[in-house]
Design a protein around this ligand. Sequence first.
Ligand SMILES: *Cc1c(COP(=O)(O)O)cnc(C)c1O
Length: 226
Amino acid sequence: MLIQEDKYKEIITELKTNNVALVAVSKLQSINDIKKLYDLRQRDFGENYVQELVDKQAQLPQDIRWHFIGHLQSNKVKYIVPFVHLIQGVDSFKLLIEINKQAKKIGRVIHCLLQVHIAQEETKFGLDEAELDETMNKLQESSRDYQNIFIDGLMGMASFSDDVKKVRSEMKMLKSLFDKYKPLSTVNCQLLTLSMGMSGDYALAIEEGSNMVRIGSLIFGARHSK
Ligand SMILES: *Cc1c(COP(=O)(O)O)cnc(C)c1O
């Protein structure tokens, strides 16, 4: 599948005017297609599967900033910690502890986004409001114990739905949580990034305050199935 070069350029221009960062979601896309996008100066790429990410990282230019956007199992953290730029799907305190532990071993600070569950219909991973609150509290109370992680912001996925009203209200909910915790800053937490919006709903997400979108199929074309 060829990358959609014109569409990519159009998106880039649109995002620049709004000061929104683009993570090109390259899961299940070929090394060749990722290289083509790299040659157009894209540097932030998102992957969902640990093994696939590790394989690609080894084969592609070292200045790519790799975002892990999938569901991460604790026992796989160690494979991506040496090079990952941002882990976007952190959905438990247990996972944060493991990331901190593995990062400490190699002397890195790993930047993370907490994933919040906002979709009404689909069951998707993520913290609910109470769990987010609990996580924030724990981080504040024991920030000195977790010096090898840094929480940069929140990430969420709205429902896959044509119901704009519903999608918008889910996005508003994530934005309000982001605003709620934004003033809170500790040695390892300062919410600056709100990662929300994908191929189907990124324009809406920007209207609702997103400053990082994760776009795959619109740029690369349809994904090869796994
Ligand atoms: C696959 C994926 C995307 C990109 O989806 P598209 O619809 O292809 O843009 C964004 N975010 C997450 C978490 C994903 O898993």
